[in-house]
Design a protein around this ligand. Sequence first.
Ligand code: DX5
Ligand code: ZN
Length: 216
Amino acid sequence: MPIIAPSFLASDFLHLAGQCELINNSVAEWVHLDVMDGRFVPNISFGVPVIKPVCKATPGKYHDVHLMIEEPEKYVEDFKSAGANSITVHYEACRHLHRNIEQIKKLGIHAGVALNPHTPVELLQDVLPYLDLVLVMSVNPGFGGQQFIEHSIEKIKRLRRMIDEKAYTALIEVDGGITLDNAAAVVNAGADVLVAGSSIFGADDIVATIGQFKAV
Ligand code: DX5
Ligand code: ZN
């Protein structure tokens, strides 16, 4: 069964406490927190002042911070202090990716690398042994509510093979356009973690919908 990571980008910011309570009452193991800087992606979301209270209000959950920002090395310590259990940086934003991964791991938390739709999974070959997770973006990052890019299925399968062949431990997380209609195909291709924003927080019954994702 996949790990479910509701993305708070699609949550109701006026009622964050209530949204956290719903997640606490659900079978979602992770909370996905999207940080956007208006430079790496053409949108600005939220940062430490939002992430810190959300982490505090969801104490039993694993806090998965997805940094869609330039120069992530300047901020990883702040996000760790805010409650991150994992920090994921973008391959396309890191000139010294290996150093960035080491920096995150030295903080005692998990390190992930995210790939834009145009970035081949094969480019991760030399850092894969150091990674705790790979985030395959199945939309172009920056916005919730976009349509799943079908080619991502093929990418997930290739990454699954790369990980299994060498018995690496990195989890495969897939983010963008995940719905109850395509979740099973994503899991069958090899995903371990499903991120879902609008299809969870936009649902009439958030807790029940998370249960349905878990059972795909
Ligand atoms: C997009 C973000 C996603 C976003 C997914 O750049 O990384 O985490 O919240 O939203 P949905 O599930 O609505 O595509
Ligand atoms: Zn994300």
